[in-house]
Each structure stands twice: as C-alpha cells, then as structure tokens.
Design a protein around this ligand. Structure first.
Ligand code: AHM
Ligand code: MG
Length: 339
C-alpha cells in the first residue's frame, strides 16, 4: 500500500479481502478511531487546563478537569455504545461488563479496552495509550447478565487488536490477523496515515524492560533471568540495555520496533496480586495478538498468553512479551533452566 494511505482505506481494503464482511467491523473501527482522536486532543492539552482556567481564557467544562483516564473511558463508551455493532464492552476502569443502552441496537462484537494505559505517566508528559481487543460473540445471547461467558474467550479468538499511542506523535498500531500496521496521526489533516507497513519485530533484541525495584519480591528463577540480562558476555556477545518508562503500551511499542523483551513477572509484593499487575483481557491479550502477528511471542512464563482460558474480566497475568527468542529464553529461565 502506498504511504499516505489512510487508516480507513486500509481497513476497507482488508474488508474487501473477506467476501463475507458486512462492513460492521469497519464501522466499529471508524468510531473507535474517532474516540482516540478526541482522547489524543485532550491528552495534548493536559496541563493546560489549569493555566487556561486561571486566566479565564476558556470556559472550562466539568469534563476538562476530569481525570484523563476517567475522561477517556467515558469518551470510548459514549462513542461506541450507539453504533449498533457491539453487544457489550469491558473496560479496565469498570468492574462489570458494560451493557448497550436499550435505545441503541446491539451487534455481535465485543470491545475490551484499557482506556488510558500508563496512568502514572498522565501528569508528567510521558507517552500513554489506549489498548483494545475485539471479539465476536458466538451465541444468540443478548442479555448482559449472561454475556460474561461470551466475553471470557482466549486471546487467540480476537478478531482484531491494537493500540493508540499518545506520544511525541499519536500513532495507531493494529492487526486483524493479517500482519501489523502502524499509522501516524497528521494533526493538520486529522487523519491517521500509514507510516509503518507490515511491522516485524526482530527475532532477538538488546533491550529488557522491567520494573527492577520489584527484584526482592521475585522468585529465584525470575531473579536469575534479570541477572542474565545484566551480565555482559563477550563470548556470546550478550549485551542488554535497560529501558522502562512505566507505560506498558509505550515500552511495548519501542520493543516492537527495535526488538527486546518487556516483562512484568509474578511477585509476592501484594498477596492479592500474586500473578503480577497486568490484566489479561485488556492489556496482555491485545498486545500478544499484535506481537505474534509481527513475528514475536507473548508468554505468562509457562506458555502462550493467547491460549489462556480467562476466568475473570479483570484477571491478572505475569507477562513476558517481545522478540520471540528473548521470550523463549525467559520461559526456559522460569522453568529453572539456565543459558
Ligand atoms: P494502568 O493500566 O493503571 O496504567 O497500569 C498498568 C501500568 C502499565 O502501563 C505499566 O507497564 C505498569 O502499570 C507499570 O507498573 P509499575 O509502576 O509497577 O512499574
Ligand atoms: Mg493499563
């Protein structure tokens, strides 16, 4: 595809490859992209609210002073609920499944999302993002009280997944199972244009990304793995560098383009979260689909993230994700083997 291809053209071209497509998915994606553009605009002016409010230059509505992650959550729900393609949604910010109000038609798709990942970085001008995964409902059920079983599908059932990254520029990276494609928002035009066609993650990288302050809470195998990254080895040429900003979506994106591994292992810091911090359904699964489509791999330390049968919408998992060889090495360490 030519550089300059808009995201809409790209989605439509993928739709045309599938003779059974009805256009419902294209419509869904279109609306999600509009929501992301609105969030991107709001993220760009984070920090200005106080300044403008103080000078009275603008009439700050209640929504402008809302916490940005709450705002992003609301924008996505409000924009997506009326399009007629979704049967329900699940958000990191909302405990239960989100129903579609009775006044709107329902469809067969399920949207799961983390509205603003990297919440600790919102106020400090470091990249944050929106992560999404889309599934298709398999039964005729429409009652929200019975839809959880439809939602709790393993990640390999996702029909699409991706993220919006609000960084030095705003990007959208997505897959529908036909490779991974990246688009950059051209603010003056207001369109996402194809900038990274068919992204492939290097088989091995030189970067590891982890919150090492948790070292004392890890088991011996995890400690040995991170020690391995930190030990240079002339004979094998092993020489890792560390990069961690604390926004999964940003750390993941860097490693997707340059190679490397992001890990958030299980730890014993909080007995309520023995399996680590990150959420299977709204964080791990979407990024796992992206990384596998780019030739990489995502594991919970034992096996593929995408094969985990979820039990709970907000279930947490250990996450090892990135270059395939690096994640395989991590699995070996976690089994007690050493390089
Ligand atoms: P969030 O969804 O509330 O932002 O939490 C998830 C974030 C990830 O983006 C990031 O990788 C991780 O939490 C950072 O956690 P920590 O501060 O423990 O390193
Ligand atoms: Mg998150």
């Amino acid at each position: 595809m030519a550089i300059g291809t808009t995201i809409t053209q790209h989605i439509l071209s993928q739709q045309r490859e599938n003779p059974e497509a009805t256009g419902a998915f294209t419509l869904l994606m279109h609306e999600l992209i509009v929501a992301a553009k609105v969030i991107s605009k709001e993220v760009n002016k984070a920090g200005l609210a106080d300044i403008l409010g103080a000078t009275g230059e603008t009439n700050i509505q209640d929504e402008n002073v809302q916490k940005l992650d709450v705002y992003a959550n609301r924008i996505i729900i409000e924009r997506m609920q009326h399009i007629g393609q979704l049967c329900c949604m699940g958000s990191e910010e909302v405990a239960d499944l989100i129903d579609i109000p009775a006044k709107f038609p329902k469809g067969n798709y399920i949207l799961l999302f983390d509205p603003l990942d990297g919440s600790s970085n919102i106020d400090v001008n470091i990249s944050i993002g929106t992560i999404f995964g889309i599934y298709r409902k398999k039964s005729d059920e429409t009652d929200i009280n019975f839809l959880l079983n439809e939602v709790l599908q393993p990640g390999y059932e996702q029909v699409a997944a991706g993220y919006f990254l609000y960084g030095s520029s705003t990007m959208m990276v997505y897959t529908t199972g036909k490779g991974v494609h990246g688009f950059t928002l051209y603010p003056s035009v207001g369109e996402f244009l194809l900038s990274h066609e068919n992204i492939r993650i290097p088989e091995r990288g030189k970067t590891y990304s982890v919150n090492e302050s948790n070292y004392q809470y890890w088991d011996d195998n995890t400690k040995a793995l991170v020690d391995y990254y930190k030990t240079k080895d002339k004979k094998t040429g092993r020489s890792f560098t560390s990069r961690y900003v604390g926004s999964l979506v940003a750390d993941f994106h860097r490693n997707l383009l340059k190679g490397g591994i992001f890990l958030y292992p299980a730890d014993n810091k909080d007995p309520k979260k023995p399996t680590g911090k990150l959420r299977l359904m709204v964080e791990a699964n979407p990024l796992a689909m992206v990384v596998e489509q780019a030739g990489g791999y995502a594991s919970d330390g034992k096996g593929p993230i995408l094969k985990i049968q979820p039990k709970d919408l907000h279930q947490r998992v250990p996450l090892f994700i990135g270059s395939k060889e690096d994640v395989k090495i991590a699995e070996r360490f976690l089994r007690g083997e050493r390089e």
